[in-house]
Design a protein around this ligand. Structure first.
Ligand SMILES: [Zn+2]
Length: 281
């Protein structure tokens, strides 16, 4: 529903055509938020749809705070590195790019000028950024990929975990997020009580993940160069890092999600006050 441009539903799939038209006509500088994630293995305890489910929750929260329309155009993302585990569905990067370009192109055709892209899966990042660059040029639209906040105590705590324990997939951070957004889908009982990391990287490589090292900037990149291409090359349970998912902290995750959602909402509110530059008309 939309009345005088004010939405009461935010998913494009739940709006009627007249409601969408009303919003587009009456909302000043309307923004469409597009979220992508993945369908891929997330260890023994998290749902395969983890990244898409999480991004769906986030884009809907942002949309409802900014009177924006949100779109989740596809469930899978670019996940070839997880194909060694059952249940993973990967698009080629070309398919993912095509889905995003066609989604933006369609809405641009109807007159939408501003898009926010939000990503829930690291494997999509390069494709999404290429889409942001390409679609802007091809469709004369503004495309933003806002990310933040990076400097808060919570952001620093989670970044520290990523740096020190390579907590980037199915570890403490992600498990905490799932506990907040869809606790009913977790199967924590599948993790042994004395869970130990299955990551089999050498000690030399693991020792590089120490942000206290003087040479952290360079060795963290050496680590990246040595990380094997497929998840099943270096873990047997699909969890990347060596901090425990059993240490998940839903209170921390809830506070982090709130500050991230509010950051993007703040971005959109400020952006909408800026008139569309002539080159995009
Ligand atoms: Zn994930």
């Amino acid at each position: 529903m939309s009345e005088n441009g004010v939405l009461s539903k935010y998913w494009i799939t739940e709006l009627t055509r007249p409601a969408f038209e009303d919003w587009l006509k009456n909302e000043e500088n309307p923004v469409v938020i597009i979220g992508i994630g993945s369908i891929e293995q997330h260890g023994p305890h998290l749902p395969l749809g983890m990244d898409s489910l999480a991004v769906k929750a986030r884009i809907h929260k942002v949309a409802s705070r900014t009177n924006s329309v949100c779109v989740h155009p596809c469930w899978p993302g670019y996940s070839p590195h997880h194909m060694g585990f059952a249940g993973t569905i990967t698009f080629s990067w070309e398919t993912l790019m095509g889905v995003l370009m066609d989604t933006i192109g369609s809405l641009a055709y109807h007159g939408v000028k501003r898009f926010v892209l939000m990503n829930g899966h690291g494997g999509n990042t390069a494709t999404m950024n290429l889409v942001a660059q390409t679609a802007k040029r091809e469709f004369d639209v503004m495309i933003a990929v806002p990310v933040g906040p990076g400097g808060t105590p919570l952001a620093k705590k989670q970044t520290e975990r990523q740096q020190r324990y390579w907590d980037v997939h199915s570890g403490t951070n992600e498990t905490s997020t799932a506990q907040v957004l869809f606790p009913e889908l977790l199967e924590m009982w599948r993790l042994p009580e004395d869970w130990k990391p299955s990551n089999n990287m050498t000690k030399e490589l693991k020792d590089m993940r120490n942000p206290d090292r003087d040479d952290w900037e360079v060795v963290s990149q050496v680590f990246g160069a040595c990380a094997e291409p497929d998840t099943d090359d270096f873990t047997t349970d699909g969890i990347y890092g060596w901090d425990s998912p059993l240490d998940a902290d839903p209170e921390e995750a809830a506070a982090r999600i709130e500050e991230q959602v509010e950051f993007i909402a703040d971005f959109i509110r400020r952006w909408k006050k800026i008139p569309t530059p002539p080159a995009f008309e």
